[in-house]
Design a protein around this ligand. Structure first.
Ligand code: DLL
Length: 433
C-alpha cells in the first residue's frame, strides 16, 4: 500500500500544480525584488522587472544565481527577512573559499520538515518505525532535515549523527531500528562492519534505507540492500534550496519526485544557459516558491540530470528527476576526455568490487595521468601475484572500454582506503595543487 504524508498535493492533477506554481512564482518574484537588493540589482542589470514575469514561461527572463553569487553575497546579502525572524542556519561542506550559509525562518523549517516527511512515508515509513539517523547533525542539512521529517511522521527518532560505528550498530540492534538515514557510502560501510561483527541481513531489524547527499549507482544500491536486508531509497536536496527532501523516491523507484508545489525546476544547457525541453539532459536549476528567509530564484545546482513526467505507478504527479549523472563541476577532463567518477565506479561494481576506490589524477611531462586505487574484496585477497595481475588488467580494460582512455589500476588490501562518515571523497586531483 502506497503511503503519503500529504496525499492531496502529492497526487494533485498536474494542471493544479502548475496553477499553484504560477501564483507562487509571481508572488515570490515580487517578494525577492522588494526584499533582496542583491537580486534586484541583478534583475535591473538584465532590464527585467517583476511585472515582466507573467507566467512560468517568463522565468527564463530572470537572471541565474550561482554559488559565486552566494559567496559574493556572504553572509547576509541574499537574506530577505530581518535577522530576528530567522531561527537557524545551515552551511555547505565546501572545501574552498567561504562557506555558503542558508538561513531559515520557522516557516521555512516547517516546510522543509514536511518535504522530508513525504520522503519517509513514500519509502513506507509510519509512526510505528524507529528511524535511526546517521547523517551528520550540525551545519550539514542531512541530520536536521531527516530528523524533522521523522518527527512529523511520528517515528521514534534516534539522532545518532555520524561516526562511532560501534555505537551506531548497538543502537540499531538494541532499539530495533527499522529505518536508516545516512549517506550511501556510510550505509555501505555500516553494512560491511555489521557483516564483520557476524550480523547477517536476517539478524538486522532495518527494513528501509533513505540514502542521499552524494551520487550512488544502482549496483551500490543492490549491494547495500543485500548486506543490510533492506529496501534502499534515494533522496536528493541541497543546502541552498533547503536540504534533503527537494526530491525523493517512491515505491516505483523510477526517479525522484521533486516537491513541485515548493520548488520550480528547469533544465538548462550548462554551457549556454539555454532552457532545454523536458526530457533533455542538462543542469538542474531550482526556484524556491515558498522560502521566506533565503528565497533563491533560478539557482544553478551544477547537477546534471534528466526529468520525466511519465505517469508514475505510485500515484504521485510531481515531476521526477533521474539519478544525477554527476556534477558539471565534478566532471574531470583527463587528456581532453570528459570523465565522471560514476563511470569508473560502475566498472568496479560490475566486476564485483565495492565502492571503495580513489581516483588520483596527476600530470607528468604535460600529460595527464589517471590512477585508480581499488580495494580488493576480502574474498579476492590472495598471495598469487598472477591472479592479482589478471584482476588488475580486467579492470584496466573495463575502464578503457568505457572512457576510451587508459587508467593505471592498483589493487590494494581490503579496508586500506579511508572510510567516510559523510560524503565520500573519491577524487584527488593533484593537477590543481
Ligand atoms: O547533501 C543535502 C542532503 C542531505 C541530500 C541528505 C540528501 C540527503 P549539500 O551538502 O548542499 O546538501 O550538497 C548538495 O549534493 O547539489 C548534489 O550534487 C549532491 N546530492 C545530494 N543528494 C544527492 C543524491 C545535501 N541523492 C549536493 N544523488 C547536490 C546524487 C546528490 N547527488
Amino acid at each position: 500500500m502506497e503511503r503519503y504524508f500529504q496525499e492531496e498535493i502529492e497526487c494533485a492533477p498536474i494542471e493544479k500544480i502548475k496553477e499553484l506554481q504560477h501564483e507562487k512564482l509571481l508572488r515570490q518574484v515580487r517578494y525577492v525584488w522588494d526584499n533582496v537588493p542583491y537580486y534586484r540589482s541583478k534583475m535591473e542589470e538584465k532590464g527585467v522587472r517583476p511585472e515582466d514575469v507573467k507566467s512560468a514561461e517568463d522565468l527564463c527572463k530572470l537572471p541565474f544565481l550561482s554559488k559565486a553569487d552566494l559567496r559574493a553575497a556572504y553572509p547576509y546579502g541574499l537574506l530577505a527577512v530581518p535577522l530576528k525572524d530567522c531561527v537557524r542556519i545551515h552551511s555547505t561542506s565546501g572545501t574552498t573559499g567561504k562557506r555558503v550559509i542558508a538561513f531559515y525562518t520557522q516557516e521555512d523549517i516547517d516546510m522543509w520538515n514536511e518535504c522530508c516527511a513525504r520522503a519517509i512515508m513514500a519509502a513506507g515509513g509510519t509512526n510505528e518505525d524507529v528511524c535511526h539517523i546517521a547523517y551528520g547533525y550540525g551545519l550539514f542539512t542531512g541530520g536536521a532535515g531527516l530528523d524533522g521529517g521523522s518527527h512529523k511522521v511520528g517515528c521514534l527518532t534516534v539522532p545518532c549523527s555520524s561516526g562511532n560505528t560501534e555505537r551506531q550498530v548497538m543502537f540499531i540492534m538494541d532499539l530495533k531500528a527499522t529505518i536508516l538515514g545516512c549517506t550511501p557510502s556510510y550505509a555501505a560501510y555500516l553494512g560491511e562492519s555489521m557483516k564483520e561483527m557476524g550480523y547477517g541481513p536476517e539478524d538486522i531489524p532495518l527494513k528501509i534505507g533513505i540514502f542521499g547527499a552524494e551520487a550512488w549507482s544502482e549496483e551500490m544500491r543492490h549491494d547495500i540492500e543485500q548486506t543490510l536486508g533492506i529496501k534502499a531509497y534515494d533522496i536528493y536536496g541541497l543546502t541552498e534550496i533547503s536540504g534533503p527532501g527537494v526530491a525523493y523516491e517512491c515505491s516505483a523507484q523510477q526517479g525522484m519526485h521533486i516537491n513541485e508545489d515548493h520548488f520550480l525546476v528547469e533544465v538548462i544547457d550548462p554551457d549556454t544557459g539555454e532552457v532545454l525541453p523536458e526530457g533533455s539532459q542538462g543542469e538542474l536549476v531550482f526556484t524556491s516558491l515558498d522560502k521566506k528567509a533565503f528565497p533563491l530564484l533560478r539557482y544553478r545546482t551544477r547537477d546534471i540530470c534528466v526529468l520525466t513526467r511519465e505517469k508514475c505507478s505510485c500515484g504521485r504527479t510531481h515531476v521526477r528527476m533521474m539519478k544525477p549523472k554527476g556534477r558539471s563541476d565534478d566532471m574531470l577532463i583527463i587528456r581532453g576526455v570528459n570523465v565522471f567518477p560514476s563511470q569508473i565506479e560502475t566498472v568496479l561494481l560490475n566486476h564485483g568490487y565495492a565502492a571503495n576506490y580513489q581516483i588520483i589524477i596527476g600530470r607528468v611531462n604535460n600529460t595527464d595521468t589517471l590512477d585508480v586505487k581499488v580495494e580488493l574484496m576480502p574474498q579476492m585477497f590472495t598471495d598469487s601475484v598472477s591472479e592479482i595481475d589478471e584482476r588488475r588488467r580486467e579492470l584496466e580494460n573495463g575502464i578503457k572500454n568505457i572512457l576510451g582512455i587508459k587508467a593505471k589500476v592498483s589493487l590494494v588490501a581490503p579496508k586500506s582506503i579511508a572510510r567516510s562518515e559523510g560524503k565520500a571523497v573519491r577524487v584527488i586531483d593533484n593537477r590543481k595543487i
